[in-house]
Design a protein around this ligand. Structure first.
Ligand code: ADP
Ligand code: MG
Ligand code: ZN
Length: 474
């Protein structure tokens, strides 16, 4: 039997308006090679100048993970040749990164949690993109020189589940801090997964395999599963030493396997050395003070929702897992409704109706409208059942809650006199059943409730109907 050991390197693209060392825009999806200049094209004589907002965002991340933020850090050159890198080296931070020694807590469904150590977070420049188009390969350098923060964990995760929880938590933190768009499809949040196995109980680290550039939570899970399987089989077949080498592999989601990209024989010699074109990266006191004052993080927001609105831990976790949902929820609450009702109408009713690529962020029904809808249930204008009809209508038609209630005639009957009249009539017409009820056949209450709701065309308040029927039948 084996234990699994996982360490993760997450590359998160910082959402600065300009690149790391030049003033080219970082916008996505522009015409190829339009966002370039002598610096990011590495033309002779052009010198890099550090973008200060990269340091500011690094301070925020460092603070969020309780790390040391180095007031002085350095840049290093990592040499490698690849068509998407016009410099033929990458500027990164090896010896003195901007952020060191942080932690991040992951929470399991059973309510327990675990602390994962983060070794460091360093600043580096992204490469461009190679586009393979039939027999031609093209290079787009728009992305060359955009700022990345690479966040490197210790090998502290022992299952695919823990790795996914860690990545999700980190993803949510950078979104809350608003330091990265962290869009996995667009590649602004990419994960390298390092995996090894070891016999149960052993504490030494065995050979790690690095699976590069995974861009979805599900693929992280899958890639780990298939790689662990490969390593386990090699061990059991007695060929572990030959087959499992420290190497970089690629996850093929179609074939559900990992494949070697480059082995030890071809391992790059990066010839790291201090970057001679850049000064030290200094963080002055005022900058540190300003940017270490960070916004509320997911865990804090979760705790606050539990204590302020009495949400269940689980609901609070669902609400705070992503920033859009959290914002939507808080905007609904501005209508003065109960937290619990807001949770249900957001995470159950609205969520179920968001189909065909719609999300909370692009919901056709906005938070204020959802809040008003819940308010109309709470103030007994409509029943919960009617509210679902209103919501169905609003998903298809732009309008407001009160107009739709009016239009669909869903206003609840809150006139007790009118309700009493209906109930008296129904009991009078069904004296036999009323007798049986009094004789102990309490199931028959459902029959009377049904008749009353039908007679009121669904506009009676079910709770009032129940109470009044019980009193009248007693
Ligand atoms: P490199 O740049 O060579 O990939 P890094 O230090 O940046 O090296 O990252 C190494 C990653 O691998 C870290 O996340 C670390 O926790 C992880 N790691 C190291 N040893 C093991 C191992 N035996 N099994 C799994 N993960 C490991
Ligand atoms: Mg690596
Ligand atoms: Zn440039």
């Amino acid at each position: 039997m084996f234990d699994i050991v996982i360490g993760l390197e997450v590359h998160t693209q910082l959402n600065t308006t300009t690149k790391l060392f030049c003033s080219c825009p970082t916008s996505f999806n522009d015409r190829p090679n339009i966002n370039t200049c002598p610096t990011c094209l590495a033309l002779p004589g052009a010198l890099p100048v550090l973008n200060k907002s990269v340091l500011e965002k690094s301070i925020m991340l460092g603070t969020a993970i309780g790390a040391t933020v180095n007031r002085t850090s350095f840049f290093d050159r990592k040499s490698y040749f690849y068509p998407d890198s016009p410099t033929s080296y990458q500027i990164t931070q090896l010896y003195k990164p901007v952020v060191e020694h942080g932690t991040l807590d992951i929470d399991f469904e059973d309510g327990t949690s675990k602390t994962i150590r983060i070794n460091r977070a360093h600043i580096e420049a992204d490469a461009g993109k190679n586009i393979h188009d039939g027999s031609v390969s093209k290079v787009d350098l728009n992305r060359a020189g955009t700022p990345l923060l690479e966040i490197v964990s210790e090998p502290d995760m022992f299952s695919a589940e823990e790795a996914v929880l860690y990545v999700k938590k980190l993803h949510s933190i950078v979104r809350y801090l608003d330091i990265s768009n962290a869009n996995m499809q667009e590649g602004s949040f990419r994960v390298d997964v390092n995996v090894s196995i070891r016999p149960k109980g052993d504490t030494k680290l065995y050979t790690r395999v690095e699976i590069k550039n995974i861009n979805s939570f599900r693929f992280i899970q899958k890639a780990i599963e298939v790689e662990v399987q490969r390593q386990t089989e090699a061990w059991e077949d007695g060929v572990y030493d030959e087959e499992i080498r420290q190497e970089t592999r690629l996850f093929d989601q179609v074939k559900q396997e990992t494949r070697s990209m480059r082995g030890k024989e071809e391992a790059a010699d990066y010839r790291y050395f201090p970057e001679p074109d850049l000064l030290k990266a200094l963080i002055p006191d005022d900058m540190f003070a300003k940017f270490s004052d960070i916004p509320e993080l997911p865990d804090e927001k979760k705790a606050r929702l539990v204590s302020e609105y009495g949400l269940r831990e689980y609901d609070a976790a669902v609400i705070t897992a992503d920033l859009e949902t959290a914002h939507f929820f808080e905007a609904m609450l501005k209508e003065g409704i109960s937290g619990k009702n807001a949770v249900t109408w957001l995470t159950v009713e609205l969520q179920a109706r968001l189909k065909g690529g719609l999300s909370i962020a692009t919901s056709p029904v906005d938070a204020k409208t959802m809040g008003t809808l819940v308010k109309r249930i709470e103030d007994k204008t409509i029943s919960g059942k009617a509210a679902k009809e209103v919501l169905d209508y609003l998903m298809e038609n732009a309008s407001d809650v009160d107009s739709v209630i009016e239009k669909l005639g869903l206003k609840q009957m809150n006139d007790t006199g009118a309700l009493e009249k209906i109930i008296d009539e129904i009991i009078a017409n069904n004296e036999d059943k009323a007798e049986q009820y009094r004789g102990g056949k309490e199931k028959l209450l459902g029959f009377f409730v049904g008749q009353t709701m039908k007679a009121s065309k669904g506009t009676a308040n079910p709770q009032s109907v129940n109470e009044m029927l019980k009193a009248k039948l007693a």
